[in-house]
Structures are given as structure tokens and as C-alpha cells.
Design a binder for this molecule. Structure first.
Ligand SMILES: [Zn+2]
Ligand SMILES: [Zn+2]
Length: 240
């Protein structure tokens, strides 16, 4: 058995999700990359938008969800690892991100009780092209860790010719995404934990929340693996 294990690890060595160096054990990161991960701190983020209080964007956009939080800043090692999970099918990393997201949920939403976990859906064509929907995988892991039922298919995504969000300006993302998602089930006052891999402007979370509320949800709190900071605002803050 040990020989089989040794052969497998020789052919498929465990590599650091940050820098790619071969690791001896089954860790996700080497010591250096692990230290470099930029965790979000539950006590330092805005309750509503999930950004550090200094970078809060609640005055700029009107968000419909009740609250938002994320495990890491969308930068550096965490960004690389999420990319590896999404595009290079490193599914093992889903467990790590889900564990960190669960930790944030337990800190940030300690006073809340969720009835269901929902996740941001993908059009079937996109999911087929990529091989899977990363938000669904994260939500499934979170459902197992937090013991909250997973609302499979609670949110749907219409097939259309909209532009992909990451090519648009922050402002245009809110407009582009209108009407993209739908919720066909009745949620009579249920409290929803909504999962996505990355929160950029919050436009996706916002649009999905609107649909969940329209279906009768009592509350919607969002949790993302990563959250993007507005670098211009950050530089301006640092300069002052
Ligand atoms: Zn590393
Ligand atoms: Zn805010």
C-alpha cells in the first residue's frame, strides 16, 4: 500500500497552491505562502459590504442583501489559489476555502441561523465549458461543514448574450447583470446564506439577493471566498 502511495505521489506530487513548489506533507501551502495569505478580519470589516471599514462602499451602492463577508482579500497567494481551483480544477482547494469561509460565517454571523445555503448559478453552457460551477462546489463543502441544507437549483441563471462581468467597469456591472438570475421556489421567510467564489463590486450578490427576496426570503447574508478591494481608494487612504 505504501508503495502505491509513493508511486502516486511521485507522479502527482502535492504542490503549494501559491508558488508551486513540491510539498512533503498534504498541506495546501508552503510555510512562506501560508504566511502571505491576506485573511479578512471579522472585527475590521463593514457589516454590510464586507470590505475593510476604510474602504466601505455602502455610500456608493445600495445593496439589497443584509450583510456580506469574505475569507480573503482577492490578491496575492489567495488569488492564485482561487484561480488554480477555478481554472486548473484543483478541487482539493475547495475544502480549504470552504473551511476558511465557514470560520468567517461563524465569526461574522454568529447571531444568525440559516435555513438554506444558496449559491450563484452559472449558465449550463459555461458550466460545461469549465467542467463545474465553483460556487456550487464551495457551497456544497460549506453545507457539510456548517450542517445547513444546500438549496440545489434555488437560483437559476438565464441563457443570454450578456457580456461577462469581469470585462466591464464597476458601474456597468450592476446594469449588465439585471434580470440574469431567477428564483422559482417559495422561500416564505427563510434565512439564506448566499455563496460565491469572489465578490468584486457586489453586483452579482446584489442581483441574486433581489431574486431571493422576491421569492419571499426573510434575510440574505453573503459569503465569498475572496473580496476585491478598490485599489485606487486604498492608495488614496494610504497617501493621506
Ligand atoms: Zn508556496
Ligand atoms: Zn460597507
Amino acid at each position: 500500500m505504501n508503495i502505491v502511495k509513493a508511486v502516486i505521489s511521485a507522479i502527482f506530487p502535492n504542490i503549494c497552491a501559491g508558488c508551486g513548489q513540491v510539498l512533503d506533507g498534504d498541506e495546501y501551502f508552503c510555510d512562506y505562502c501560508f504566511e502571505m495569505l491576506e485573511h479578512c478580519h471579522a472585527d475590521k470589516i463593514c457589516r454590510k459590504c464586507g470590505l475593510p471599514k476604510k474602504l466601505c462602499e455602502c455610500g456608493k451602492y445600495i445593496f439589497h442583501f443584509d450583510a456580506c463577508a469574505a475569507a480573503f482579500r482577492n490578491d496575492g497567494i489567495a488569488k492564485k489559489a482561487m484561480y488554480a481551483f477555478k481554472f486548473r480544477h484543483k478541487e482539493r482547494l475547495a475544502r480549504y476555502f470552504a473551511e476558511q469561509m465557514a470560520l468567517m460565517v461563524s465569526q461574522r454571523y454568529a447571531d444568525r441561523k440559516f435555513d438554506y445555503i444558496a449559491y450563484v448559478p452559472m449558465t449550463r453552457i459555461r458550466a460545461l465549458r469549465r467542467g463545474y460551477n465553483q460556487s456550487y462546489i464551495l457551497a456544497k463543502e460549506l453545507s457539510g461543514i456548517l450542517k445547513i441544507p444546500l438549496g440545489v437549483g434555488m437560483l437559476g441563471c438565464s441563457r443570454d448574450r450578456r457580456k461577462t462581468q469581469h470585462k466591464l467597469s464597476r458601474k456597468d456591472r450592476f446594469q449588465n447583470i439585471k434580470g440574469k438570475y431567477f428564483c422559482d421556489v417559495r422561500l416564505d421567510g427563510k434565512n439564506i446564506l448566499l455563496v460565491d467564489d469572489i465578490k468584486t463590486t457586489g453586483a452579482t450578490f446584489d442581483e441574486c439577493s433581489k431574486q431571493l427576496f422576491a421569492a419571499g426570503a426573510g434575510s440574505v447574508c453573503c459569503i465569498a471566498g475572496l473580496i476585491t478591494y478598490n485599489k485606487k481608494k486604498e492608495e488614496k487612504n494610504n497617501g493621506n
